[in-house]
Design a binder for this molecule. Structure first.
Ligand code: DX5
Ligand code: ZN
Length: 224
């Protein structure tokens, strides 16, 4: 069978009670903590950095999945590795030397991944797949929680699933396929069917008040 992992995004958590929030998602069965880093430059929003990663690290034993929406990328990698990140992903167009950035992440003992925006072509994977632990497909434009899933992501997921399967069949290492943005209880089955094995869910898990159309709560997503 296929492993299915839920990665709640703490972007929609209560930041005044972050320790409790991450403990609750681990107790509810989350596989990863998804940690969204925004810089008001690569994306038009500003969130959290290595200090917050370091602060939540002792509260959970599951891996912290750091999604860097920053430009430039490289200077933050040693800082997040030191702060307890387990997985670090970045957007390839935000790094001048993608292969070097991937190597830097691995040299710091973390798993590495590339993030593809809705309009970013999958050919970024042509010469990188053998150096990736994860591909993260954005199903919304990065920058905010609580947006609607972009339906064209399903076809792109099937394309990337196919690439990863061929890679595996020809002796390649495992590569997780994560999807991020607008994942809800009513579309997660279709997303899984299209090939994703790891699901970021922010507003669907935390039901944040700034995302009024989202619902569910921890258990709605976790029980799928
Ligand atoms: C968006 C972030 C997502 C976001 C997902 O830029 O990368 O991780 O928190 O939130 P939902 O699940 O509400 O779309
Ligand atoms: Zn994210």
């Amino acid at each position: 069978g296929v492993d299915v992992r839920i990665a709640p995004s703490i972007l929609s958590a209560d930041f005044a009670r972050l320790g409790e929030e991450v403990r609750a998602i681990e107790a509810a069965g989350a596989a990863l903590v998804h940690f969204d880093v925004m810089d008001n430059h690569y994306v038009p929003n500003l969130t959290i950095g290595p200090l917050v990663c370091e602060a939540i690290r002792p509260h959970v034993s599951i891996p912290i999945d750091v999604h860097l929406m920053v430009e430039p990328v490289d200077a933050l990698i040693p800082m997040f590795a030191k702060a307890g990140a387990d997985i670090i992903t970045f957007h390839p167009e935000a790094s001048r030397h993608v292969d070097r950035t991937l190597a830097l992440i691995r040299e710091h003992g973390c798993k590495a991944g590339l993030v593809l925006n809705p309009a970013t072509p999958t050919h970024w994977l042509d010469h990188t797949l053998d150096k990736l632990d994860m591909v993260l497909l954005m199903s919304v434009n990065p920058g905010f929680g609580g947006q609607r899933f972009i339906p064209g992501t399903l076809a792109k997921l099937r394309d990337v699933r196919e690439r990863i399967d061929v890679h595996r069949a020809t002796g390649g290492q495992p590569v997780w396929l994560e999807v991020d943005g607008g994942v809800k209880t009513d579309n997660i089955a279709a997303i899984a069917h299209a090939g994703a094995d790891t699901f970021v869910a922010g507003s669907a898990v935390f039901g944040a008040p700034d995302a009024p159309e989202a619902g569910g709560g921890y258990h709605g997503v976790m029980q799928r």
